[in-house]
Unconditional design. Structure first.
Length: 204
């Protein structure tokens, strides 16, 4: 019903993306990937990354570099976000028989994966700032946030299980909270750029 309504209210591109998102989340992620591979949130993260593309398609009728990079930003953000959580709730995932990376490969491997994805995320974030929807406000926010995020990921990378247990996963919890602000502030900065653009103040 939602897909049909979006098609009627907007366009076929937006409706098609929504239909694929629903299918991907319900069937590909929930019914298959979630309990079958430690890469569940990497591949499944695509479902949560499609909304910006859907919104862009509603507004413009199509897909562009900007919408693809917004998708990529959310997609690349998902693994560090959820793996940080998995570092301090590992036993909960194990008890639920969900093969998160911390359960199948251990915390050290997860820390390395977080750092690699954080570096990739920074590249996507900065690339988005160079597009038509970016600008000095967004870029300033992105530089600060990525600096903090990379520092946090590097700090986690240096830790051992003993370090984490000793302070009840303080660094991991802090990184997880930062990840919540990270995505919110990125899209908030894009909103500021769009608002300033109405007065010819935003953008490059």
């Amino acid at each position: 019903m939602a897909v049909v309504m979006l098609w009627l209210a907007a366009n076929a591109v937006a409706a098609g993306l929504l239909a694929f998102t629903i299918f991907f989340y319900v069937v590909i992620y929930t019914m298959w990937l979630k309990r079958s591979t430690p890469q569940n949130i990497v591949i499944g993260g695509a479902a949560g990354a499609f909304p910006p593309m859907i919104g862009w398609a509603v507004a413009t009728g199509g897909i562009s570099l900007e919408s693809v990079l917004m998708f990529a930003l959310t997609f690349a953000w998902t693994p560090p976000h959820f793996w940080a959580l998995a570092l301090f709730v590992k036993t909960d995932y194990a008890d639920a028989k969900v093969p998160m990376l911390t359960v199948t490969h251990g915390r050290d491997s997860t820390r390395r994966h977080i750092f690699v994805y954080t570096m990739a995320l920074a590249l996507v974030s900065l690339a988005l700032g160079l597009t038509s929807i970016g600008g000095p406000v967004y870029m300033a926010v992105a530089v600060v946030l990525n600096g903090l995020f990379i520092a946090g990921a590097r700090g986690i990378l240096k830790r051992t299980d003993a370090d984490s247990e000793a302070d009840s996963h303080a660094a991991e919890r802090k990184f997880f909270k930062l990840s919540l602000a990270y995505l919110f502030l990125h899209f908030g900065a894009l909103l500021v750029e769009a608002t300033l653009g109405h007065w010819n103040l935003g953008g490059w």
